[in-house]
Design a protein around this ligand. Sequence first.
Ligand SMILES: NC(=O)c1ccc[n+]([C@@H]2O[C@H](COP(=O)([O-])OP(=O)(O)OC[C@H]3O[C@@H](n4cnc5c(N)ncnc54)[C@H](OP(=O)(O)O)[C@@H]3O)[C@@H](O)[C@H]2O)c1
Length: 247
Amino acid sequence: MEKWYGKFAVVTGASSGVGAVVTEKLARNGINVIGLARRSEVIEENIKKLGELSGKIYARKCDLTNLQSIKDAFKWIEDTFGTINIFLNNAGISVVNNMLEEGDEAENFVNHMISTNFIGVVHCTRKAVELMKKSDDPSIIVNINSTLGHQIPFMPVSLGVYPATKFGVRAFSECARQELLHSDNANIRITSISPGLIKTPMTAGGFFDQFPMLQPGDIAETLMYILSTPTSVNIQDIIMKPNGAVH
Ligand SMILES: NC(=O)c1ccc[n+]([C@@H]2O[C@H](COP(=O)([O-])OP(=O)(O)OC[C@H]3O[C@@H](n4cnc5c(N)ncnc54)[C@H](OP(=O)(O)O)[C@@H]3O)[C@@H](O)[C@H]2O)c1
């Protein structure tokens, strides 16, 4: 882990769930973290609660559904820190929803989810690569995907467009990896973690309590393992399910 000590990481969705726990874990390991979210004030509160850590955490407002907001956040990161070496595409939304329902509400929700979970990931990755190219040190992009980006079990409710966004991220990730190789940027690795259910605000509300769940800390541990691998290793994806999960 020493190789990452003092480097800068960016985590999207750092205000809640997996993103908040991963942000803390990275900072405890001496990595400086810029946490992005719409509710940057929640990240600020977490920073105060955590106190002094070996890495410093910074909060910055960013709405992934708004390209200008992404550009503004990355411009600020470049102006303030110069470069980054770790980027975590973590932010995402999932609410059980009927994507084929008629009307504006369903239409807007479908757009919002594709925009957050897929288009936002594409544009953030583009900006992250641009910043990583300013560094000669090895860099890594990690996507928090989902088991639903690999396989869709038959469910008693509609998962709407969520699995499609995660399948999209998987395809994007592999094509980005290939493009980095073609453009002589193999020192930027790209990898994914694909978890099953995780106990976070996303799964709160009762319905998911009947199923075994991972903890956000499990994802943070897996990220630490990925970061610990030598630059000669590019883990493409780690699929992790809660022990006892049926699917
Ligand atoms: N929980 C699970 O069971 C599960 C399973 C597999 C994969 N995942 C994936 O894990 C990742 C993290 O999910 P989680 O469970 O930790 O969810 P969460 O607790 O609901 O956190 C989601 C994060 O995404 C951010 N976000 C949402 N919309 C955004 C937007 N438009 N712009 C910027 N940030 C936005 C939220 O911040 P603000 O609201 O402050 O913007 C929040 O920090 C997601 O990609 C999710 O698909 C989750």
